[in-house]
Design a protein around this ligand. Structure first.
Ligand code: SF4
Length: 346
């Protein structure tokens, strides 16, 4: 069994309103505690046999490299892992704007692309990032990335309340593109109804809202997704509902790489669900690794049961809105309905 164990060592400087990981306090986990956690998973046996034959460790699951000893932690991640830990296209924008050695260090690891998240101009980006100064850090990070030959990949979250203002960031994006010297990878996206993002469902966009998008962002999004029709990306809930009421398979959301997310308080969550009590596999300190893994393997949490055992048709009939015009997809609807069902059972 291959899996990743990802621990929230230092948290995140932001409190993004869409954050699927929620808004837990920032922990200050010691390297000793992190190594202890790694040892629990490495030593886990099922019926006397090794369960994990490949384990990857990452010392963050919110903001990468937010801990001051991020270089030391990266070396520890590598030494604990049985195959090389991935860097993804994620980095700390907060650190890029403050730590001159960070971008060269990223480049030395082979990082060529870094994701940057915008919500519009300064007012909306600071608001949706949950931090004053977030937009200025992003603008600064564009310069630093370009100077270090790292390409920004820009994702822009779109809501009813920010779509009209997105026209104002097109000059900034065009300027970044000109300085890059090649096409900027950039796209609009919609946040998942998970974690803090569940509370943004009221401002989820409709087809009419997306008519306000600047042509530049429409073209960039179609190019990023390799599609000819922008309207193919999302559907209205009412369009999807007839198919989903006939869908008798469970949601079965399984990320490409199974990961166990360990909070600063040693609670463990699988990455197929939210950081929420109904998804918690247990606490490594008080319950122990055997109980945590038993809850995972035998799908004993409410979240795992709803994801793997409850038909989509059950959720669709109970929670589907046959007049719903907000744009969505099967994945987001299932996540929203699982959350509603979990709340109803509390
Ligand atoms: S979305 Fe990312 S940057 Fe924003 S609060 Fe969550 S972990 Fe931090």
């Amino acid at each position: 069994m291959k899996a990743a164990v990802i621990m929230d060592i230092a948290g995140c400087p932001n409190r993004c309103r869409h954050c699927w990981l929620g808004h837990e306090k920032n922990p200050r986990t010691s390297m000793d505690d992190y190594q202890w956690v790694a040892g629990q998973f490495k030593g886990y046996r099922l019926n006397g046999s090794t369960y994990f034959d490949d384990l990857i460790f990452n010392s963050w699951y919110r903001e990468p490299d937010y801990a001051d000893n991020y270089k030391e932690l990266w070396e520890l991640d590598k030494s604990l892992s049985t195959s090389p830990p991935p860097r993804f296209e994620l980095a700390s924008i907060w650190r890029l704007a403050r730590d001159e050695s960070y971008a060269p260090w990223l480049k030395s690891l082979g990082v060529d692309v870094v994701q940057v998240t915008l919500f519009g101009g300064q007012e909306n980006t600071d608001y949706f990032s949950g931090r004053k100064g977030a937009f200025n850090d992003i603008v600064k990070s564009f310069d630093i990335l370009i100077n270090n030959k790292i390409a920004p990949r820009v994702q822009i979250f779109v809501y009813q309340t920010n779509v009209s203002g997105l026209i104002n960031i097109v000059p900034l994006l065009r300027d970044v593109e000109a300085r890059l010297g090649f096409s900027l990878d950039c796209y609009v996206t919609i946040s998942d109804p998970m974690g803090a993002g569940y509370d943004l469902e009221d401002i989820r966009v409709t087809k009419e809202d997306l008519l306000k998008l600047p042509g530049y962002l429409v073209e960039k999004t179609m190019r990023n997704k390799g599609i000819d029709e922008f309207s193919d990306i999302w559907k209205e809930e009412r369009e999807l509902l007839p198919g989903l009421t006939e869908d008798n398979a469970p949601p079965n959301d399984e990320p490409d790489i199974l990961a166990f997310m360990v909070s600063g308080d040693f609670n463990v969550y699988p990455n197929s669900g939210e950081i929420a009590p109904y998804a918690c596999l247990g606490n490594l300190k008080s319950d122990g690794i055997n109980a945590v893994m038993d809850n995972f393997i035998n799908r004993k949490t409410q979240s795992l049961k709803l994801n793997h055992e409850t038909p989509v048709s059950y959720f669709a009939k109970k929670y589907g809105d046959s007049n719903g015009i907000k744009l969505t997809d099967r994945y987001d609807l299932c996540k929203k309905w699982i959350r509603k069902e979990a709340a109803a059972k509390l």
